[in-house]
Design a protein around this ligand. Structure first.
Ligand SMILES: Cc1cc2nc3c(=O)[nH]c(=O)nc-3n(C[C@H](O)[C@H](O)[C@H](O)COP(=O)(O)OP(=O)(O)OC[C@H]3O[C@@H](n4cnc5c(N)ncnc54)[C@H](O)[C@@H]3O)c2cc1C
Length: 337
């Protein structure tokens, strides 16, 4: 691994960082932060970032601290703390293996435990904010390391204050409160229920639910392949956009899916909107930039791709969707600010 950001992002795009430090020993955090000449751009596995071709004029810290610990919580719950660099997949697998319910439907989301709160990572009706009680973070604004409660994280649909106040906070660990139980939370997604051959609301055994999610994600192109034409990607490139009641009615009449998020907002399907523009899975969008082989909303980098071409493609899609539907798409991957 070198100082090229392309070596630290799943799109495998991005030029050199002025300085790149891989942080593995949590005890050295105070020393590291005291020596930093500027606020760092912190990365986990780079599965939700678009790093510029020109690279980054500053310090990049790759968060690679590992470890999961467990303590008793109130009312028979169990509190699980993961260091920020622990792969989310390991954390999910650990909880499922120990009979703890609360994040089983996050199976298959790439990345680190420390990045999950940034966009309030979620899938299949569960999001990290549902079970997160506190996290430890370094506030580069005040220079202090503090514990924040869930309320202080200001979570929303695929957002939090870590996203709206970029580079202010480095998350060092996260604590989740989970329920000891052999069965998963009720299934709220129809296609997951169908693929497991159970009714909506069923509560399959934890391991079965996690395996069902993995299979469903694989079938729908939502797992990160290790190789092949879809290996370089950041998953969905746009959030499902909020729509007005009027727009929701018009979209439904045209056969477009609209769903309601926990905050009550009606959201259109970004993938459906892109497909209505004529972009189908496995079709080219720009030089080296394609829709993935299984879904239009996952845009992949192939030979000769650049971060500039990827960014231009996203801008083009935002413009085209806005012109056609009057709906503004917001990109999901972040760039350094
Ligand atoms: C195939 C695929 C499927 C995906 N499916 C989903 C899904 O179902 N649901 C979902 O929500 N997301 C999904 N994602 C997006 C992504 O995996 C998540 O957002 C994940 O949480 C990012 O983790 P990461 O470690 O790769 O973060 P990175 O991409 O490295 O960073 C993402 C952002 O978080 C910041 N950050 C990272 N670590 C820290 C830290 N310790 N402290 C402070 N800031 C930090 C970065 O600066 C950046 O702004 C998917 C991605 C792919 C490639």
């Amino acid at each position: 691994m070198g100082d090229l950001l392309a070596d630290h992002t799943t799109l495998r795009l991005g030029g050199p960082a002025d300085r790149l430090h891989t942080h593995t020993d949590p005890l050295t955090w105070p020393d590291l932060v005291a020596r930093l000449p500027c606020r760092p751009w912190v990365l986990g596995t780079g599965s939700n970032v678009l790093a510029p071709d020109a690279g980054h004029r500053g310090v990049v810290v790759i968060m690679a601290t590992r470890g999961i610990t467990t303590t008793h919580g109130p009312h028979g719950t169990v509190e699980v703390t993961a260091r920020a660099g622990e792969p989310l997949a390991n954390l999910v697998a650990h909880t499922v293996a120990h009979g703890l319910s609360g994040i089983e439907y996050l199976t298959g989301i790439p990345g680190t435990a420390g990045a999950a709160p940034v966009q309030n990572a979620g899938a299949y009706g569960q999001e990290i904010a549902d079970t997160l009680t506190t996290l430890t973070t370094h506030d580069h604004h005040t220079g202090r390391t503090v514990r924040l409660t869930r309320e202080q994280c200001r979570f929303g649909y695929r957002t939090s204050r870590f996203k709206t106040e970029p580079r202010r906070f480095t998350i060092l660990d996260v604590t989740l409160r989970l329920t000891p139980r052999a069965h998963a939370a009720p299934i709220t997604y129809r296609h997951l229920a169908q693929s497991l051959d159970v009714p909506l609301g069923a509560t399959p055994p934890l391991a079965e639910a996690a395996a069902g999610v993995a299979a469903d994600r694989r079938a729908r192109g939502l797992l990160l392949p290790t190789h092949g034409p879809d290996a370089r990607q950041v998953g969905s490139v746009f959030l499902n956009p909020p729509v007005t009641a009027h727009q929701a009615t018009a979209l439904r009449a045209a056969g477009g899916p609209v769903h309601r998020t926990p905050d009550g907002t009606q959201r259109a399907s970004a993938g459906w909107l892109i497909q209505q523009l004529g972009h189908q899975p496995d079709s080219p969008l720009g030089p080296g930039i394609w829709c993935s082989t299984l879904r239009a909303l996952t845009i992949v980098a192939r030979e000769n791709a650049t971060a500039t071409a990827f960014a231009d493609t996203l801008v083009g899609l935002v413009t085209d969707v806005e012109t056609t539907f009057g709906i503004r798409l917001h990109p999901e991957p972040t760039t350094p600010h």
